[in-house]
Design a protein around this ligand. Structure first.
Ligand code: PLP
Length: 385
């Protein structure tokens, strides 16, 4: 008799991001598949963590995180979104935005509930929902401007629908939801009594005058919105696993409870490092970071154009979608593998972000690399043309 595995193993697809990363390592290529922000970690972040280790901040923290970190997050949310939060009852610190998302879903939804996502989507959101026996449903954004209407939302309403997952700026296409669009989603949530989970991990990566708006700032949404974010991207510490959920006080205990159950707490001294960074880094840090990524976006999209891989130029986040449907292969995965073989540059096939094996003929490239590596990727793609 074969040993059984859970049925969930079949529901939860293997991440193309991981498989392309492995394929890239096998050919010693340039990995533009994974969304690692490859930069130096800011000094106050390193210093804060190191000092905390030496000062004995090395034990379990409270179920919702260290007070110093929650206070720093509250100050950060006030500074960038004008939100007035109580660090004691509105913030749960978790193991990355990923952990915050999982704990929030566990606290809010029951097996069989439907949860609406915008397509293209971040695959981890979909897989997390499936792993919890929740049913993802989709509203497809229209290219080239990734638009949607009230009718699109209404068509997705159903008696089983309990929540909406929104990611702004949106991985993989870089859409930055406008105030008007967020209000449309908020109206829909109020009308159908839905929760809104807002993943804002790319909040500091917005370009060309676009502005990140947190749905938590919308009137009448206080109890319905949980905003999720973290420092993985903005402090280039994806391996530290530090994120948070910002929520109404009624959700603090339930989310905190699952967070405690799943993870106990993220590493205590690293929480102190992140707190130090949030408190000490000035507006110039965030502005320079966004400007550096804007320049990388422009350079990389130029290379994609020269390579004949027509890009969608993103307004936010640090990914570019580009056309690969003219490359040999039966689906987006085979085409992405062809590009990797020919250029040594790894991307993620569009099927990872759409319910469509052809992935709309697109692939996602991450341009958050150090300049020399990005230049080399550009050179290889331009040569490929
Ligand atoms: N949310 C989105 C939309 C992402 O793209 C990513 C990483 O790529 C994450 C969350 C993961 O964030 P964290 O490292 O904080 O878990």
């Amino acid at each position: 008799m074969p040993i059984r595995q859970s049925q969930r193993c079949d529901l939860v697809k293997q991440s193309d991001i991981r498989s392309m990363t492995l394929a890239c390592a096998a050919v010693d290529g340039i990995n533009l598949a994974q969304g690692v922000c490859d930069l130096d970690v800011p000094e106050p972040v390193l210093h804060g963590a190191e000092q905390a280790m030496r000062q004995g901040k090395n034990v379990y923290t409270r179920f919702d995180g260290l007070p110093e970190f929650r206070q720093a997050i509250a100050r950060h949310q006030r500074r960038f979104q004008g939100l007035d939060l109580d660090p004691e009852s509105n913030i749960v610190v978790s193991v990355g935005a990923t952990g915050a998302f999982q704990a929030t879903c566990a606290a809010m939804f029951d097996p069989g509930d439907e949860i609406l996502l915008f397509e293209p989507f971040y695959g981890y959101h979909v897989n997390t929902l499936r792993s919890m026996d929740l049913t993802p449903t989709f509203v497809s954004l229209r290219q080239p401007d990734w638009s949607f209407t009230d009718d699109d939302l209404d068509a997705a309403a159903s008696p089983k629908l309990r929540g909406v997952v929104l990611n702004t700026p949106l991985n993989p296409c870089g859409k930055v939801f406008t105030q008007e669009e967020l209000e449309r989603v908020a109206r829909f949530c109020r009308k159908h009594d839905l929760m809104l989970l807002s993943d804002e991990i790319y909040e500091h990566f917005v370009y060309d005058g676009h502005r990140h708006i947190s749905p938590a700032t919308l009137p009448g949404m206080e109890e319905r919105v949980v905003s999720i974010s973290g420092v993985s991207k903005v402090f280039a510490v994806t391996g530290w696993r530090l994120g948070w959920a910002v929520c109404h006080s009624r959700w603090h205990e339930p989310i905190g409870h699952f967070n405690d159950l799943y993870y106990v707490c993220p590493p205590a001294p690293l929480q102190m490092g992140a707190a130090n960074g949030l408190d000490q880094l000035g507006d110039d840090y965030y502005q320079e970071l966004a400007e550096d990524h804007r320049r990388k976006r422009d350079r990389f999209c130029l290379a994609l154009t020269r390579a004949g891989l027509k890009p969608h130029v993103p307004d936010g986040a640090y990914y570019a979608l580009a056309r690969i449907d003219h490359l040999p292969g039966r689906d987006s995965h085979e085409r992405a593998m062809h590009l990797l073989r020919e250029t040594g540059v790894a991307c993620v096939p569009g099927r990872a972000f759409w319910n469509d094996p052809l992935g709309q003929g697109l692939a996602r490239f991450c341009f958050a690399k150090r300049w020399p590596e990005l230049e080399e990727a550009c050179r290889r793609l331009e040569h490929f043309a």
